[in-house]
Write a protein of this length. Structure first.
Length: 116
């Protein structure tokens, strides 16, 4: 069974950068579309970015376009989210999601805090 583990979160000042990783185990990732979501305190979970199974197509929320980049390396069973020019409003728990047909799998999340 596929399992996802996120890492790379932390605290950074506004304008800084972080790179989040989502590493899969139990199955290969190449059968799944992958998305990054985030949830801030008191808010619902929102989609940030997603990437197709082969990595040839990606989409972004308007709030992160031009600042965040999603990528994947199926050989390493890994998906990355490069986050640049971070803003305080990017503060949230970030989750990795793998979806294929009826399968919808979530990681445990990693905290990102942007604060001066």
């Amino acid at each position: 069974q596929l399992q996802l583990v996120e890492s790379g979160g932390g605290e950074v000042q506004p304008g800084g950068s972080l790179r989040l990783s989502c590493v899969a185990s139990g199955e290969t990732l190449d059968g799944y579309g992958i998305g990054w979501f985030r949830q801030a305190p008191g808010s619902g979970r929102e989609g940030v970015a997603c990437i197709s199974r082969r990595g040839d197509s990606s989409t972004y929320a308007d709030s992160v376009k031009g600042r965040f980049t999603i990528s994947r390396d199926n050989a390493k069973n890994t998906v990355l989210l490069q986050m640049n020019s971070l803003k305080p409003e990017d503060t949230a728990v970030y989750y990795c999601n793998a979806k294929s047909g009826l399968f919808d799998i979530w990681g445990q999340g990693t905290q990102v805090t942007v604060s001066s």
